[in-house]
Design a protein around this ligand. Structure first.
Ligand code: FAD
Length: 414
């Protein structure tokens, strides 16, 4: 039987795949049939988990320094599909959005489901077929077509399987298996935007949340820095600053296994060392009977302050008169420059994104087509691009997905 229309298969119904399917259908304008193959029972499960259920879908600051890996790919994709075009895309789908003070963009309803609904309704309107519980594990060329799992034939394919982070949402690394079947090399996937596992961590800190900054310093070089609310866990450091530096830690440790790296935590970043010194000297003079444990309560949570004192061998229950003046520089250093040796980061199960993946050299980043597999396009987290926390990963997924989908459809029109 003659096929009347070209077939485009999108493998993966996440952020990138859904946008690829929509853009392909719009571009093909009825000249192609688009089918999304999704491994799970429904599309977009991860979208629902993003931004703590609120979906931080983009950021007003699109500086490329927020991206890591093959940043040239981001530059190329964003030249075709910018932040504004992503916002217009969602606005057209009926989604109103707002940015918070840090530039993080959320749906006005503050519900991630609103973003997924907007995409789902457009999929329906464009009559895009969605095949759920269809995990594609095999791709090969057969009689000029791409054969998926030996059953489904497609003229063009978009690989949008995500990476390995948060496999509970479907991204279990099968995308790399498919890429390898196409003889495409893959940069080692590593967990990023995850917590740091600290050597000899003080369990007493567990549960504390406090403002702080983290500087990643390896072999004498500062590799990353981030400030915000640090969450202390029983194994190490979490919260946005820890997550932001975790990709750089992962990359460093993957290449320098035998040389663990170090983070320096400033537990009072808004107070200078000089101010702290003056404050402690003054407290010692003016309030000699104050208990040591109450010294830092105006600067950090009491439990964190007590741990800092203990680290400096000070007894929290003793009054300030008992504190030797000579210990003040040690105390200030413990607050401003606490060093932790990092042995590892938490694994893919806890990571929000994957660093590594298909490198830009394997892709024509003007179209997202693989150089070694004619008619196969890639997008999203599967590519060797990862962004900071703050909406950067979804923006990459929407935009790279749209570029891949549009170009797969353009090929149908030739
Ligand atoms: C908890 C959490 C919170 C996050 N919050 C944010 C945030 O607020 N802002 C932000 O920018 N980023 C956030 N991220 C990151 C962001 O969600 C991802 O980078 C983005 O969703 C990647 O999109 P993707 O479509 O490339 O991959 P995915 O979203 O992982 O989608 C891949 C899809 O493909 C399917 N699939 C995989 N393999 C196959 C196969 N072989 N056959 C068929 N289907 C397959 C999967 O089931 C999945 O549905 C968060 C991530 C997590 C885990």
């Amino acid at each position: 039987m003659l096929k009347s229309k070209k077939q485009i298969a999108v493998i993966g119904g996440g952020a990138a795949g859904l946008c690829a399917a929509i853009e392909a259908a719009r571009t093909a304008n009825g000249q192609a049939e688009i089918t999304v193959f999704e491994a799970l029972g429904r599309c977009g499960k991860k979208i629902l988990a993003t931004g703590n259920g609120r979906c931080n879908l983009a950021n007003t600051d699109t500086d490329l320094s927020h991206y890591h890996g093959d940043v040239s790919a981001v530059e190329d994709v964003f030249a075709h599909y910018s932040l504004q075009s992503a916002l217009d895309f969602f606005k057209e789908l009926g989604l109103f959005m707002r940015a918070d003070a840090a530039g993080r963009i959320y749906p006005l309803s503050n519900q991630a489901s609103a973003v997924l609904d907007a995409l789902r309704f457009e999929l329906d309107r464009l009559q895009i077929q969605v095949k759920t519980e269809q995990k594609i594990t095999d791709i090969k060329k057969h009689n000029g077509e791409w054969l998926l799992n030996g059953t489904f034939a497609a003229d063009f394919v978009v690989l949008a399987c995500g990476g390995k982070a948060a496999p509970v949402h479907g991204s279990d690394g099968t995308g790399y298996v498919l890429a390898k079947q196409l003889c495409v090399q893959v940069e080692q996937p590593l967990p990023a935007l995850t917590a740091l596992v600290v050597d000899q961590f003080t369990k007493a800190l567990k549960g504390i949340r406090a403002e702080g900054s983290i500087t990643l310093k390896c072999a004498g070089k500062v590799l990353a820095f981030s400030a915000g609310e640090i969450q202390y866990t029983d194994y190490g450091l979490s919260g946005i600053p820890a997550m932001q530096v975790s990709g750089a830690v992962s990359r460093y440790l993957s290449k320098n296994e035998k040389s663990p790296c170090q983070v320096i935590v400033d537990r009072a970043p808004s107070v200078s060392a000089e101010e702290l010194t003056a404050f402690i000297e003054c407290a010692k003079k003016e309030r000699p009977n104050l208990l040591c444990e109450d010294l830092l309560t105006g600067i950090m949570p009491k439990r964190l302050g007590v741990t800092v004192l203990t680290e400096c061998s000070l007894q929290p229950q003793k009054p300030l008169t008992a504190m030797n003046t000579g210990v003040i520089p040690t105390l200030v250093a413990a607050i401003k420059n606490k060093k932790y040796k990092i042995n590892s980061v938490c694994g893919f199960a806890d990571a929000q994104v994957t660093a590594g993946g298909i490198p830009a050299c394997e892709i024509n980043t003007q179209t997202m087509e693989l150089r070694k597999a004619d008619g196969v396009f890639v997008c999203g987290e599967l590519v060797n691009v990862d962004g900071d926390c703050g909406g950067y990963n979804l923006l990459w997924a929407w935009n790279s997905g749209r570029l891949a989908g549009a170009n797969a459809a353009k090929r149908c029109l030739c």
